[in-house]
Design a protein around this ligand. Structure first.
Ligand SMILES: C[S@@+](CC[C@H](N)C(=O)[O-])C[C@H]1O[C@@H](n2cnc3c(N)ncnc32)[C@H](O)[C@@H]1O
Length: 230
């Protein structure tokens, strides 16, 4: 996906993300649990969005300097409430030049949007201080599999060998329209770009019920830890 399109979609959902992205909020909490109370000189957060992870990190980690990044400039206002002294780098992590080194590079629910995650991981590992850690959450192959099966569209989720934890959550909805609204409100609106007529929606809803017995959506969070030099 192009930077412009990604920015447009996430900007649109910035107002609704906080109230609807319950799984991503839980993932931010779990990600910081995995760090078990270490101390860091410098922390760099990628794709901070409205700040679920920023809140967890700034509230629970011990650090000297915090730097956040997002492709959307407006995110700075959302996250600086958690750390008034933070630095902010605007831009697409796939393209921006990173000058500094960090003890911890961390990211929640962003890597699935990268065109070339392996390239970004290599670049980020080059920005770690010795004994530094890159830790991120993303999603595994079961994520939104219902959408892939019924609509035939979806993201490809790479397998990361350093996955330390995996979860599966199922969310149930009263209708397919509500499910699609949920997806749109969290910025993941690849499918909802379709214009669906009432009849088409009804057909697809019947397909859902026939196949799964209910209207539901599976989330498959994964957590990855990579150390400098590994
Ligand atoms: C699903 S939201 C996650 C937000 C936040 N990390 C959290 O804990 O809730 C994804 C965020 O990553 C940003 N993002 C997506 N791709 C990006 C990229 N290539 N570079 C920088 N930010 C990106 C989006 O603008 C959006 O704010």
């Amino acid at each position: 996906m192009t930077s412009g399109l990604l920015e447009k979609r996430f900007k649109k959902s910035l107002g609704t993300y906080k109230a609807n992205a319950v799984i991503q909020k839980n993932m931010a909490n779990t990600l910081v649990d995995l760090l078990c109370g270490k101390e860091y000189s410098s922390v760099f957060e990628i794709g901070c969005g409205c700040g679920f992870l920023t809140k967890e990190c700034t509230g629970r980690l011990v650090y000297k300097k915090y730097t956040a990044n997002d492709i959307i400039p407006e995110c700075f206002n959302q996250v600086r409430v958690y750390e008034p002294n933070m630095a902010f780098i605007i831009g697409n992590i796939e393209n921006i030049d990173l000058q500094d080194k960090y003890d911890l590079i961390i990211s929640n629910a962003v890597f699935q949007w990268l065109n070339n995650p392996e390239f970004v991981i290599k670049k980020l590992k080059g920005c770690l201080n010795s004994h530094g850690t890159l830790v991120f959450s993303s999603f595994g192959a079961k994520n939104f599999y219902e959408i892939k099966e019924i609509f035939g569209v979806g993201l490809d989720y790479p397998v990361y060998t350093e996955t330390v934890k995996e979860e599966v959550f199922e969310l149930e909805f009263p209708s397919l329209l509500e499910l699609l609204r949920h997806i749109k409100s969290t910025g993941v609106n690849a499918v909802t770009d379709y214009t669906l007529t009432r009849n088409r929606l009804k057909d697809l809803e019947e397909k859902f019920i026939e196949r799964y017995g209910k209207i539901k959506l599976t989330y498959n969070p994964i957590y990855v830890i990579k150390k400098e030099g590994e």
